[in-house]
Structures are given as C-alpha cells and as structure tokens.
Design a protein around this ligand. Structure first.
Ligand code: BGC
Length: 716
C-alpha cells in the first residue's frame, strides 16, 4: 500500500497492462516496431506490469534487468506463458491426460513442467484450461479434459496444486490462471471464437462447475473467454464477471483478458472505440488487459472524467502487487531462472521417463480383435503411414517443446527391437488436400512381405488447437484408402492413431483389426507406442470425449437427456419414423465416453449399495467388484453413474458422479467403494437453485452407453 501511495496514476495503470515480449525487442533507445504499433511511448516502457511469451531465461533476465533499472519504483514485471502440457519435455495433450483418470500422474507431469518452466523464467501459467466440450469440430478440445464436468474440475484442481508446489514464492513454483471463462467450448458449429448461446441450467450444470472447482482449489487468476455468451462478450459480461464470479463465488484473484479480447469488443459491435472497450472491461472487473492498449491509453482520462475513481484503480493495483509478492518477485525478480539452471533442468532423462510413462497411460486401445500385443519374436515389421517416422507428434500448445526432440514410432520400435528388420513407407500424406496415391503399391508390397504391420495414421498436429477447427472428422486425405489396401494385404495389422480430437473413423473401425489411439503423446510418443504395441505396457486410458460415427452427429455426448421419443439400442441402426434419430446414421457413437480396452480382461462382478435409501444426513456406500480375469496385470478405471429418473427438469440419461483408477493383478478381484451423498444428486432447477428432488435414482457402473450393473436408490 505504501508503494501504491508513491506511484503516479500512469505508473499504476502500467501494472494493468500486459504485452507480448516482442514489443520490447530492440533497445530502449531504439523504440520502433511493435512498441509503436501498440501505441506505446518510451515512458510506457518501464511501467508495464507483465509480459507474455518471451523466448527463454536469457531473454527474461535481460528484460527484467532492464526494466528494474528503468523503473523508479523497482516493481518487477511478472512473466506469463501458456504451459499447457509440458514446457520443454512434452507430455500428452490434456484431452489424453484426462483419460488417464489418474490425478497423481497429472500432478507429477504438471510438477515437472512447473520446474522446467520456472527454470526458464515463467512465473505464471495460463493453465488450467477447463472448458467443457461437446463438439469435436472445435480445435481446442485438445486442451480440455472433455465432456465430463466433474473430471474437468478434478484435473484442473490437480494442476493448480502441482503448479503451486510447496511454496509459490520459491523457484519451481508458478501461479495459475483458469480459463476461458465461460463456455468458450460451446462455440456454435465447433467454429473457434463463434458465439455461444446456452441456457442457465446447462451453463450451471455442465460448463461452470470446473471453473468453480479451480477457484475452490485456490487458482490465482482467471481469464474470460473470447466468445459472446448469451449476447455479451465474456470480458464485458456483467452477469458472468460480476454476479457469478465475484458476488456468488467470491473470487478475489486477478482477472486477465484474453489476447486482445478487450480490443475485440469493438469488432463484436459492443464498443465504439478503445476507450469504450476499456470502460466495459474495467467496469466488469477485468484487472489486466492482455495485448490491447485501452487501459494504458484511456484509463487515466476516464478517472479524470469521473467514470472511475483512483481508489478503484488502487484496489486493482494492490491485487496485482500482492500476486507479485506471493510469487516472491520482490525478493528475487528472476526466481532463480538462468540459462545454466534451464539447461540442467529441462529435458532430463528423468523427465523423459515420466512423459514416456504418461504417454502409455493415456493411450486408448479403441479396438483389438486379438492382434495386440504383438510378439517380440517377429522378424519383419512394415511401418506404414504418415506418422510412421514423424516427429510432429507433440501436439499443439507445446510451449518450448521441439518436434525434433521427440521420439518417432520408428525410433521407438528400433530401440526396443534393434535386430528386427523395419521397412518404413509413408504411403500418403496426412493433409486433407494432398491426394497422392503413388506410394500405395510400395506400401502394399511392404505389408505383404512383413510378419506384422503397424499402420500410423491420423491428423496433423496443427489441425487442432486454437483456430484449427474441422468440418470433416474422418482421416484426412487418402488415408482410409491406404488402410484398406494395407489391411487387405496383411491382416496382422494394428493401427496407431495420432489425433488432437475424437475422429469419426467408422470406415477405419470397420476394417482395422486393432486401433491404438496415441492422441498427441508428446516427446516420448514413439517409445510409449513401442511399449504398448509389444506388451511392455498395458493400455489403460479411456476416452473422455465421445467419438462420433459421423460428423453429422456432433455435438454428441454421453450425458444427454432422453427426449420424448428415444430409440432403443437394438434399433439404433434403423430409421425409426417419428423418433429422435437420423435416416442415414444411428444415434450411438462409434466409441462412447469411458471406452478403452486393456490387454487384461476385467469382469465386473457386482454393484451393491449399503442401503436402497439415501437422505441428506445419511450417505450411501456403493461397492463395485471387479475381477482381472486374465494373466496380465492391468489398470481399470471404475466409474459410478447416476440417473435421476423423474424430476422437475428432464435429467440426463447418465451422469458420472465418481471414479477411481485401480491396479488389479492377474487373477485378482478388487472391491472399489464410493460414498454417494445427497449433494451428488443435485441439479439446477427452474427456480435458479441447485437442489435434489426426492424420488427414484438409478445408480450404475460400467461406462456411458455400456452400463453393466444398475440398481435403484430412493432419495427421501
Ligand atoms: C488464447 C489463450 C492464451 C493466450 C495467451 C490466446 O490466444 O486464447 O488461451 O492463454 O492467447 O497466449
């Protein structure tokens, strides 16, 4: 507070401004380029409170040092970056990581990335991203944990805990920023930045809970989303930013706009100019403006005009300085980052080992007619497809990870089986507009001559991520035709799939003997693939976002309502007139939420409730018995679902309420227990409240469209 008393209004406003580090490229005597483009002057240079997206610790150190020399208040800048699935050692994309259902693994990977990022000068990460999603066309589904609100919240909270570490003021510990508030994942037609129109109960039950879980877990910052939500862009949406976030949830942390989102209020047709845009954002509690210059140019003027008071500004500055203090920046503005620490910390053998394990825990065995795992005794392997020897498998938002540092499938198999003959044929391109079949004959020949075939297909990594949406969810280009030819030539084929989203691969599913989905597995993808293919690891990942049969089914998700005219599973492939279905495609997806096979054979033996009645004060225990009826140890995620059969709102046919991943030895039987309490049975009713309504509930285990046991529970 003393520091604030001594600051000029301009200096205070500077704390609210964040720019890309590239505005500072060039010396301060040489103020040109981006600085001028952003309308900044030399005086602004030493006032800016935070930067994003710098190169490395060397650049960070130089920028901080120069800043501190020039700033008479000696307030360090805070350096932010998107550390999404690793800093330099990259682990699987979040959509894959969520499917591990393993919070410890998520914490371990996140902790590793925090330590690496901190050694390079990152102090705040724009993570976790917990946008709820239902439409695989949207490119940013790869950054989320999918279509299950509880899972999203749990994984977000695990990341926050791991980034914070023991003490946020120490090296290796980062502050966090939950994003994108709210419902960015609800973009119409799966097109990025598109408008979102959602009823309050859908928002409250599906889209908002994960952000709230992150706030409860102590997230430091929050980023409003780019999109218009029910008519008003998030950053200027007073219902969202003031009523829900600040008043109801009591969030006291720092709100930072998304990249130029304040400036975009003009393009949205909400503000006439930058001044008005800044006014709406500040009024609705946006504390830091990222990469547009409305605050720095107009906030002082608005204070002079009486639109805002200097006390309001002071309160925001205090919050930002408190964050810097919690981060320990006043003691060490560099937090120990240096090229030497960075070199020692990043991409170590230990980190590589961790992400190799993570990549195999996240992979999902979508189909297996018995070809997998392959024996290591085979002498000749044909490795075919655009991902056979491709380093571009780390996935979008890979921070400072480098494609060339990743292990390709070929490299992974070669190092596991050094004496085996591997014939690599790319076969075709993975791009939608590259139609070249000239390598098909060579691929077929290689397949014919080999003992086993590993067919590596998928979509390029830049087909998902921000701004990368698709209208076709099948394998791009001529990959299906390649698959048909290759599998026709040798049925001892397993497909390795690389993707940043659920794909509509009905055609491939109908012909491939086995499909192992690697998602984008990160730096050690090739090694993890080899571990799984040859039985050194046992697949245990599940999908957390439904794979449609056809893009026309999108949005498709497991927790939907029944409609008044549902069709039975048995009649799914037929057209049922006057029922809720399609003429040319069933309603069931290709693979449901929770699907994922194993080399073990898990047999569910029963679901028992401690009572068939539940009250507010008397929770019930559910016991689920699972046997590993095979001679291979494995891991199974046991899931508990509920259905509120009759209520004042039509309720989803299933909702996951708990899960636990357990390791089960060969032949062993395990009992997994969950406590069900009344709060798990609530929903957002038409009187705008979370309530549970007495009556019949169904409690089940299994997964989504494949429930195995169901039993009644009465809420009294
Ligand atoms: C993205 C955010 C990200 C920000 C900063 C934006 O384009 O939407 O998720 O945190 O850039 O890199």
């Amino acid at each position: 507070k003393k520091l604030i008393d001594g600051m000029t209004v301009e200096e205070k406003i500077g704390q609210l401004a964040q720019f890309n580090a590239n505005v500072f490229s060039g010396s301060d005597a040489d103020i040109t380029g981006p600085l001028v483009k952003n309308g900044l002057t030399g005086d602004d240079l030493y006032r800016i409170g935070s930067l994003l997206n710098f190169k490395d610790s060397k650049e960070m150190n130089e920028l901080q040092k120069r800043h501190l020399e020039g700033d008479r208040n000696k307030i360090p800048m805070v350096f932010m970056m998107d550390v999404i699935h690793g800093y330099r050692t990259i682990f699987p994309i979040p959509l894959a990581l969520g499917g591990s259902f393993d919070t410890e693994l998520v914490e371990e990977c996140t902790r590793m990335s925090a330590v690496e990022a901190s050694s390079a000068g990152v102090q705040v990460t724009f993570t976790p991203m917990v946008d709820y999603v239902r439409d695989a066309r949207w490119g940013r589904v790869m950054e989320t944990c999918g279509e299950e609100p509880i899972l999203n919240g749990i994984m977000g909270a695990a990341q926050i805990k791991a980034f914070h570490g023991e003490d946020m003021s120490k090296a290796g510990c980062l502050a966090t920023c939950v994003k994108h508030f709210a419902a960015y994942g609800g973009a119409e037609a799966g097109r990025d930045y598109n408008q979102v129109e959602l009823s309050e109960h859908i928002l409250r039950e599906f889209y908002l809970p994960a952000y709230k879980a992150c706030i409860d877990a102590g997230v430091d910052m929050l980023m409003p989303s780019f999109n218009v939500l029910n008519g008003v862009p998030a950053v200027a949406n007073s219902w969202l930013m003031k009523k829900v976030l600040r008043e109801e949830w009591g969030f006291e942390g720092v709100v930072i706009s998304d990249y130029d989102a304040v400036g975009e209020l003009i393009t949205h047709g909400i503000a006439a100019d930058k001044k008005e845009a800044a006014k709406y954002a500040f009024k609705n509690g946006c504390d830091i403006e990222m990469c547009s210059n409305g605050y720095i140019k107009h906030l002082k003027e608005m204070i002079e005009e009486g639109i805002f008071t200097e006390e309001q500004l002071d309160a925001v500055v205090l919050k930002i300085l408190e964050l810097k203090k919690r981060l320990g920046l006043f003691e060490d503005p560099y937090k120990g980052a240096s090229p030497e620490t960075e070199e020692k910390t990043c991409l170590t053998a230990e980190n590589r080992a961790l992400v190799r394990k993570a990549a195999s825990e996240c992979a999902v065995l979508l189909k297996n007619d018995g070809v997998l795992p392959f024996s290591k005794e085979h002498k000749k392997i044909a490795l075919i497809g655009p991902f056979a020897d491709n380093h571009n498998i780390i996935g979008f938002w890979s921070c400072c990870g480098k494609n060339e540092e990743s292990v390709t499938v070929k490299q992974g198999i070669q190092s596991k089986l050094p004496d085996v003959e591997i014939k690599v044929v790319k076969g075709c391109s993975d791009k939608w507009n590259e139609i070249d079949k000239s390598e098909f004959d060579e691929a077929v020949k290689a397949a014919r001559e080999a003992d086993i075939v590993i067919l590596c297909l998928g979509e390029p990594q830049n087909y998902s991520g921000e701004g990368n949406c698709r209208t076709d969810l099948d394998l791009p280009g001529v990959q299906n035709e390649l698959a048909e030819k290759v599998i026709g030539a040798n049925s001892n084929t397993a497909v390795l799939l690389f993707t940043g989203r659920p794909l509509a691969i009905s055609k491939l599913d109908s012909i491939a003997p086995a499909i192992l989905n690697m998602w984008f597995p990160g730096t050690e993808g090739g090694n993890a693939a080899a571990d799984l293919l040859f039985g050194d690891a046992n697949p245990s990942g599940k999908i957390t976002m439904t794979f449609p049969k056809s893009v026309g089914q999108c949005p498709i998700y497991y927790n939907h309502t029944n409609t008044g005219r549902p069709i039975s599973k048995q009649r799914d492939e037929m057209h049922n007139p006057y029922a809720s279905n399609y003429i040319d495609c069933g309603n069931l997806p290709l693979y449901s939420f929770g699907h994922g096979l194993s080399y073990s054979n898990f047999v569910y033996k029963g679901l028992e409730l401690s009572s068939d009645k539940i009250t507010k004060d008397a929770p019930v225990t559910a016991k689920i018995t699972v046997k590993n009826d095979s001679n291979i140890a494995g891991k199974e995620t046991v899931m508990l679902y509920m259905r509120d059969v009759y209520a004042s709102n039509s309720r989803p046919v299933q909702q996951m309420i708990a899960f636990e991943k357990v390791e089960i030895a060969a032949g062993e039987t395990k009992v997994v227990e969950f406590e069900i309490d009344e709060s798990m049975l609530r929903f957002w009713n038409n009187e705008h409240k979370f309530v549970s309504e007495p009556g019949l509930f169904k409690i089940s285990t299994g997964y989504a469209d494949h429930l195995i046991y169901t039993t009644d529970l009465i809420l009294e």
